[in-house]
Ligand binder design. Structure first.
Ligand code: FE2
Length: 336
């Protein structure tokens, strides 16, 4: 990772992840300049940290958003331009279209996920394991090729015990699968769909009519066991309720729907993948930048009180190295 950065791993209260700091300097500007002058350092630190990297003290990016885009470019060939992919413009940064805004503040006005029921575990802790915790996903898995890496900056975080982001280590979870489950997922494909397609678990249970989809909006198949193109490690690559196709899936070639054999397998895999030993809970501090690898981790957002809290987070998405199984594919989500 070069001699300018220092990596501390794993993250506190986690079995994976790492915190990277620039030696002898603080702030976003010197960090980005050092990362650009040693472009292998950050991708190497991310891989060494099993796909989860925390950078602290990046609050200057909020006043100079181009710094976030420059840092994103270090992680891959293509940083997504959200003005070119039909994202509603109220969710895109006004002057820097590579930044997607996640916020409950107008004009974005995105509501947080629902609170788990019951809101805490029997021990009084934040629920993290599926099915008590729902909303686990990997970003944009309804696309082929899917993206590699997401960067998420806390511009205006909220109180510490709400609005956390949860991460689960899909590679460690794959390694720990019992042999019979390993055999069952070998060669299996999940069918992933965009929440708005009307094919989510909740939509199908409610017997909603799925939306008519154009060719570039169709659900996409993805391997359940994904081989990471850099580390060569195998990882579980899965989502649940909102981002699988519950009409024809969740798995190709298995009984479909919320009550089928496919659902039973998905619930078993998702409960395993989110076991406490594979999960890290990030409580946000202003200026935290978390970089995660969608090829080997899943993540979930948590509830916060949108009546009293005003949260602003910025995300960028990086793609370009999805692995050989996607070689030569056209982008499934771009209209012909
Ligand atoms: Fe996400």
């Amino acid at each position: 990772m070069g001699d300018r950065f220092e990596l501390f791993k794993p993250l506190v209260r986690a079995s994976f992840g790492g915190r990277l700091r620039l030696i002898g300097s603080v702030g976003a500007q010197p960090f980005v300049e050092a990362a650009e002058s040693d472009p292998e350092a950050l991708p190497q630190a991310l891989a060494a940290s099993r796909g989860l990297l925390l950078l602290q003290g990046m609050e200057a990016m909020a006043d100079d958003p181009e710094l976030l885009v420059r840092l994103s470019r270090i992680f891959g060939a293509e940083v997504e331009n959200y003005r070119q992919n039909l994202t509603p413009l109220n969710m895109v940064h006004e002057t820097v279209p590579d930044i997607f805004i996640v916020s409950n503040v107008p004009p974005v006005s995105r509501q947080p996920p629902r609170r788990p029921d019951p809101p805490l575990t029997e021990d009084g802790a934040l629920p993290t394991q599926f099915p008590h915790r729902k909303g686990w996903h990997t970003d944009q898995s309804y696309r082929r090729p899917p993206p590699d890496i997401s960067l998420f900056l806390a511009v205006t975080p909220i109180r510490k015990d709400q609005g956390q982001t949860l991460f689960a280590d899909g590679a460690a979870a794959y390694d720990a699968l019992p042999p019979d489950l390993k055999a069952r997922v070998e060669g299996l494909e999940g069918i992933h769909a965009q929440m708005s397609a009307g094919r989510s678990y909740a939509a199908v249970l409610a017997e909603e009519k799925p939306r008519d989809l154009l060719p570039h909006q169709q659900p996409q198949r993805q391997p359940v066991v994904r081989v990471h193109p850099v580390t060569r490690r195998r990882a579980l690559y899965l989502c649940e309720g909102g981002q699988m196709d519950w009409v024809e899936g969740p798995f190709a070639g298995m009984q479909p729907g919320p009550h089928g054999d496919g659902a039973a397998l998905l619930f078993e895999l998702m409960s395993h993948l989110t076991r406490p030993e594979f999960v890290y809970v990030h409580e946000w501090t202003r200026g935290d930048l978390v970089v995660w690898d969608n090829r080997c981790l899943v993540h979930a957002a948590t509830w916060f009180d949108a009546e009293t809290e005003a949260r602003v987070m910025w995300r960028t998405t990086v793609s370009g190295n999805p692995g050989t199984i996607y070689a030569g594919e056209k982008k499934s989500w771009v209209a012909a």
